[in-house]
Design a protein around this ligand. Structure first.
Ligand code: ATP
Ligand code: MG
Length: 584
């Protein structure tokens, strides 16, 4: 058995962590002080893009590389000065079209420079913006454009022709479609405008609109893991959360080369793939290509990445690809690795320690929270399997439903994870659904919908989403615990666990697993995995059934969709599959 803790010694780290003393920083912290560290605009204005881009372009970071865009063949850099000029051009394009603060820009593009220019340029113009996954099909695009009353769409010629042309007339609010040609001299589809030409003709001088902190800035749709995706509304003040969490949870330092692997179509790819690293004046790597284990190891090594923010799904795929690939690419510069999006199994944290030479720091947040809330930071020990502790400025608790309503739970008691309202990055509403938003709160607490427990050291442990918890023969079983044990078996690459209705037990635990390279599905292997789970979990909690799948259904942000496993198992309708990976 491995030990249950990874000890950290801040003194031995290559760079002194920003969050050196967790307790004293929590006591000292105030959001007002953090806000005061960011530049303001006339009249008390605060604008994300001004903080992220303009102030660096006017200071010593002007010639520092802000983004290095990698594609299969090429690499293209933008300094902070370039980014400022180009986003000014984009803002001028919008202003020239009469697009203002009451409009909404949607962006549907791969991870191209124009996507980043559109997001930051819209913010400069005071226009709220919503990046979408480019892999969405026409229906999900139309649904989201309508939900957000999109007036401008930025996309590429090929995406327009493939997906948007057929739904344009279903979106009455849409006034302008700006396309980036895939090839030079490509004919412009009717009804669209050429963004490249418009940018070239626009001035690179622009005065950022002095948005107020509570003005709408970003719309992000949730991953759709548990049901129909919801549109979360975020304001410019969220920049304070991006700033603080980039410092305390991701430990960004001047000179860092940071790689956030998330697509901006998912909140992580915007909060941490665009905004937070720019706020800290570091260089971000953006890879246009999709996951490929060899390519990813090459990027970490050749780009000299120092801080890497990725997701459990990617880590599981790297684990599946075997340790030899990792060994072939030295990573002397890599200093800090973090993960978000799903529970990170202890096995994966240890894999980091053993194969990457660095433990993986799990952190927890949601589209609704706008930024990281709980984290394993460089400054304290890691308990593999735990999401870490609340960051400075974040008050978390566990509540249970008692006779008198919600009650705060004690240590080691499973209940719903709640956060005290009032941090700047918190969503300000769900699009078109004020009732649902209101239901997320009980007094001062925001109810996250996730079940967890807190131990005596203040570490939080994920149990499961409230929707996914299994009730079997009087036991409440969190899928995460069962999945983590299944992943301890050397043949298991990923596991998803559901409750299957059963007359006697209420529900019985059924597991779906995919196997690592070199393993074949067989009854023998099934019995072996069942035996391992029974030994580790006991008969009451261990799965009764295991099915082998080539791959588990996942959202585009990489989360296992247990609701789909369940619907398929029970022959029920699959519900919203707009975010299903490989669909669309
Ligand atoms: P939907 O709300 O549409 O069902 P979603 O909740 O997956 O989708 P996101 O906002 O992208 O949409 O994901 C947030 C959720 O992801 C969290 O509520 C939690 O369930 C899960 N999650 C994120 N990070 C972690 C983590 N470190 N450990 C466990 N779960 C996590
Ligand atoms: Mg959610």
């Amino acid at each position: 058995m491995r030990p249950s803790i990874i000890h950290k010694s801040p003194a031995g780290l290559p760079v002194a962590p920003n969050l050196a003393d967790y307790q004293s920083e929590r006591e000292r912290f105030s959001w007002a002080t953090a806000r005061a560290e960011l530049p303001r605009l006339p009249g008390g204005g605060l604008n994300i893009a001004d903080c992220a881009v303009t102030r660096h372009a006017r200071g010593p970071n002007r010639d520092q590389v802000a983004f290095r865009f990698l594609s299969e063949q090429t690499s293209h850099e933008l300094t902070y000065g370039d980014l400022d000029a180009q986003t000014n051009r984009f803002a001028n394009v919008l202003a020239g079209l009469g697009v203002g603060r009451d409009d909404v820009v949607f962006v549907l593009a791969g991870r191209l420079p124009e996507l980043y220019l559109a997001v930051l340029g819209s913010l400069k113009n005071g226009t709220p913006v919503s990046p979408l996954f480019s892999a969405f099909g026409p229906e999900p695009i139309a649904t989201r454009l309508n939900a957000g009353s999109g007036t401008v769409l930025v996309t590429t010629t090929s995406l327009y022709l493939k997906k948007v042309a057929k739904i344009c007339d279903q979106v009455p609010s849409l006034r302008h479609v700006l396309v980036v040609p895939d090839e030079p001299d490509e004919p412009l589809p009717p009804g669209t405008r050429d963004l490249t030409g418009l940018l070239a003709g626009a001035s690179d001088v622009f005065t950022t609109v002095a948005t107020q902190p509570e003005d709408l800035a970003l719309l992000h749709f949730t991953s759709g893991t548990t049901g129909m995706p919801k549109g979360a509304m975020h304001v410019h003040d969220a920049v304070v959360t991006h700033w603080v969490t980039g410092r305390d949870a991701l430990d960004l330092h001047p000179g860092d080369i940071f790689w956030c692997t998330a697509d901006p179509g998912w909140v992580t790819g915007t909060s941490y793939g665009i905004i937070a690293p720019l706020l800290h004046g570091v260089t971000s790597i953006v890879d246009e290509a999709e996951f490929d284990a060899e390519r990813w190891y090459a990027i970490l090594s050749e780009q000299q990445v120092t801080v890497w923010y990725t997701a459990p799904t990617a880590i599981r795929m790297l684990m599946k690809a075997g340790p030899e690939l990792a060994a072939a690419r030295p990573r002397p510069d890599l200093r800090f690795v973090a993960s978000v999006g799903e529970p990170l199994n202890p096995e994966a944290v240890w894999w980091g320690q053993e194969v990457l030479g660095l433990p993986i720091h799990d952190n927890w947040w949601q589209t609704e929270t706008g930024g990281i809330m709980l984290a394993n930071t460089p400054a304290f020990d890691i308990l593999p399997g735990s999401m870490g502790r609340p960051l400075p400025g974040v008050d978390a608790a566990i509540v249970v439903r008692g006779a008198a309503g919600l009650e705060l739970a004690g240590e080691d008691t499973e209940g719903e994870l709640v956060l005290r309202s009032g941090w700047p990055g918190m969503f300000r509403g769900y699009l078109n659904d004020p009732e649902r938003y209101a239901r997320c709160f009980s007094g001062e607490w925001y109810l996250t919908g996730d079940l967890a427990l807190r131990d005596a050291g203040g570490y939080y442990w994920f149990v499961g989403r409230a929707d996914d918890v299994i009730k079997s023969a009087g036991h409440l079983i969190g899928p995460f615990e069962v999945e983590s044990v299944l992943m301890e078996h050397p043949g298991v690459a990923e596991a998803g666990v559901i409750g299957k209705p059963d007359e006697l037990a209420g529900e019985l635990v059924k597991a779906f697993v995919s196997l690592k390279q070199g393993y074949q599905a067989s009854d023998e292997l099934r019995l072996e995995i069942l035996g391992h789970a029974r030994r580790r979990l006991g008969a009451a909690v261990a799965p009764k059934e295991i099915a082998f799948l080539d791959a588990l259904p996942r959202t585009r942000s990489g989360k296992i969709m247990r609701r789909l496993l369940k619907a398929r198992e029970l022959g029920l309708p699959e519900g919203d599959t707009s975010t299903l990976e490989g669909g669309g």
